[in-house]
Write a new protein. Structure first.
Lengths: 164, 164
């Protein structure tokens, strides 16, 4: 593993869907719940207020009853371009005591007729960066981003059908 | 001490200066250094980038060589209205390991011909809230805000003199 000044893990995928559809799948909590964690885990969106200081709270449930509780807050929103959120703060920016402190900077860019989707995840130290990587960061986030791409493509096709 | 859902400490003062001058004393790091900590302590502004995700880093020095090191980041900026910053994140929103996790929400409002200046400071739990209060939150922040008011009044009078 490479370390960096930001104790950063990065993942990037080219998604076969237009940016507007990727945005739709991210910005609507009903859609987000469909791709946010690797199936067969499911996501309950407990809070979703897409503005700086607004709550972003997901609870994930595994097939064997395991759960992952992830309260957090949105920090910056640029529609169809960038979403920043962190587990280090809660709704209204109150300091949190997260089980894993991280900030994610998600970007969406046009690339050919597809969308380049990149998530940079920043940690407070090398230990947390390593812990997150060993938990399966690349595989886990990779599966979710692929699920996002599939859903975004469906949404884009639905829109095309409706427009015909 | 009252506790609240936000583990919040609040301080408010009516400053005898226009909001534009209070903003000038806050938004210019050269001016901020003059009032940021109770004299005879001094402030070195090590980083000041007034935008969401921009560094806000002060180092304070006491007359006996004591120091207080306070890296952090700005979260929201509404000119002449609101400044939000936290010690829970660093420049670029990277998670931090602060000695005291807090988020401050500073607001400035017109009140008669003066400025109502309010700082709400949020903590992660009651223990941190109490620790901050016992460190002398109300006295310390109170002195600084009064220093801010005096400087803002000077800046406002200087501007008036220049305009004559």
């Amino acid at each position: 593993m490479m370390t960096s000044a930001n104790y950063e893990l990065t993942i990037s995928r080219l998604l076969n869907a237009p940016r507007s559809a990727v945005w739709q799948a991210w910005s609507d909590p009903k859609q987000l719940a469909k791709w946010w964690c690797p199936r067969p885990w499911t996501t309950e969106v407990r809070g979703f207020d897409l503005r700086p200081g607004g709550v972003f709270y997901t609870l994930m449930r595994g097939p064997d009853g395991d759960t992952s509780d992830n309260p957090g807050v949105f920090l910056e929103i640029l529609p169809q371009e960038r979403i920043v959120f962190t587990s280090s703060l809660l709704e209204g920016w109150r300091p949190a005591t997260p089980w894993l402190a991280m900030t994610a900077i998600v970007t969406m860019e046009d690339e050919a007729k597809s969308t380049r989707y990149t998530a940079r995840v920043l940690h407070k130290d090398e230990e947390d960066q390593r812990k997150h990587e060993e938990m399966g960061f690349h595989e886990g986030w990779g599966i979710c981003i692929e699920q996002l791409g599939e859903l975004a493509l469906e949404l884009a096709l639905d829109t095309q059908v409706l427009r015909r």
